[in-house]
Design a protein around this ligand. Structure first.
Ligand SMILES: Cc1ncc(COP(=O)(O)O)c(C=O)c1O
Length: 391
């Protein structure tokens, strides 16, 4: 029954009806660039996450970049030291490297793959960083109460890279809303898709307006705080005409478009059902793979991104799964400390748990179209070939 079936890691969330609606909207002769739908999408997304503000950008990577640069330019930071996770995505930390931050990598814990909080606390004491960025790995929160209290004690701004955890909750609060700012990705294969796309969410209105400027070249035209806009023009003696092309920051163009926002608004309507499907898929995998390590976390709603496994024989397992039409990948980046972009520039760091993930981590498909039979089939194949890793 499954011989010709391909089970993909991820599948498109944009369906034929949405494409049809998009085509009609495109034909209505609207301008398409960032406009009113972007504002609608931002408002709806902020409301969903439970923050005051949201800023739509063209990817999750751009969301991280915007946060890092806005923090630097807004005067929020007392130094340029940042603690970052080792099990993460490259663009979780790349912007901090690009902007000259001193990036200190922290190992992951063996339970939810978030920060090893003892190590994190010791690093806060040693380096006194102005900020930290975390990743909610494959949708799982770590012990956020303890993490937030460490950050509070050491006066550390916490950024949440929530690109793998849209819809997950910690004690009923959406991930991404717990720190100073959160980032999201709407790339193909994520919980919802705007083709490419990302979002920053936050409550700090000053930082929000700085981000609005930096997202669009560094001008003040997009600011939502009129008094802030007036203060800037007054300070630099800018008249109404000059104001159109006056740049307050060496900005970027990180904008998305109303086309992508159109999709975002319709995708948001499906999000809750996708979250529940992903959570039940995760629970079924865990039930069918009892011999294997599984992520355990205090996430109250788990918007699982993929099912993570640690096995002794990764190459053999992945090849066997491929031969049965099942797609798998390494468990995100493994250890960032072992990638060429890091080793070429930085001293080596000993991060043993991240290294285990690097050498033994796999992730298995999880998406809205995965059936119960698919998961049984995948688990059967894993049980046939994979050797559980004990550590
Ligand atoms: C944790 C994390 N951060 C950032 C990103 C980057 O998002 P994008 O592909 O939209 O740039 C990803 C992508 O999967 C990710 O998993």
């Amino acid at each position: 029954m499954y011989s010709n079936r391909k089970i993909l890691l991820a599948e498109d969330t944009i369906d034929a009806q949405e494409l049809h609606q998009l085509a009609s909207w495109l034909q209505s002769g609207t301008r398409l660039t960032k406009g009113p739908l972007t504002l609608d999408f931002e408002r709806a997304f902020a409301q969903y996450i439970g923050t005051k503000h949201a800023i739509f950008v063209n990817s999750g990577s751009s969301a991280n970049l915007l946060i890092a640069y806005a923090l630097l330019k807004s005067g929020h930071l007392r130094n340029n030291v940042v603690i970052a996770p080792t099990v993460a995505w490259v663009t979780t930390i790349a912007p901090f490297m690009q902007f000259g931050f001193e990036v200190k990598l922290c190992d992951c814990n063996a339970t939810d793959l978030g920060f090893d909080l003892d190590a994190f606390e010791a690093m806060c004491e040693q380096y006194q960083p102005a900020c930290a960025i975390l990743v909610h790995v494959l949708g799982h929160a770590t012990d956020m109460d303890r993490l937030l209290s460490i950050c509070k004690r050491h006066d550390v701004h916490l950024i949440e890279d929530t690109c793998e955890a849209l819809g997950s909750e910690y004690k009923g609060q959406k991930l991404g809303s717990l720190g100073l700012a959160g980032s999201f990705s709407f790339y193909y294969g994520h919980h919802i898709s705007t083709i490419e796309g990302g979002m920053v969410v936050l409550n700090d209105s000053y930082l929000f307006n700085v981000m609005l400027s930096i997202r669009s070249h560094g001008w003040a035209r997009d600011l939502q705080d009129a008094s802030m806009h007036a203060a800037w023009t007054k300070e630099y003696g800018i008249d109404e005409v000059r104001d159109l092309y006056t740049f307050y920051f060496p900005g970027f163009n990180l904008r998305s478009t109303d086309l992508n926002a159109f999709l975002g608004l319709s995708q948001l309507k499906k999000l809750e059902s996708l979250v529940h499907k992903r959570e039940s898929n995760f629970l079924l995998y865990r039930q069918l793979l009892p011999k294997f390590w599984s992520q355990q976390s205090p996430t109250s709603t788990l918007s699982s991104f993929a099912y993570g496994l640690l096995v002794q024989n990764r190459l053999e397992t992945c090849k066997y799964l491929t031969s049965h039409g099942i797609e798998s990948r390494p468990l995100i980046c493994g250890s960032l400390a072992r990638h060429p972009f890091w080793t070429k520039e930085k001293d080596s760091v000993d991060l043993p748990m991240a290294s285990i993930v690097h050498d033994h981590g796999i992730y298995l498909p999880n998406h809205g179209n995965l059936s119960t039979e698919d998961i049984h089939f995948i688990a059967d194949k894993v049980n046939e070939v994979a050797k559980p890793l004990f550590f």
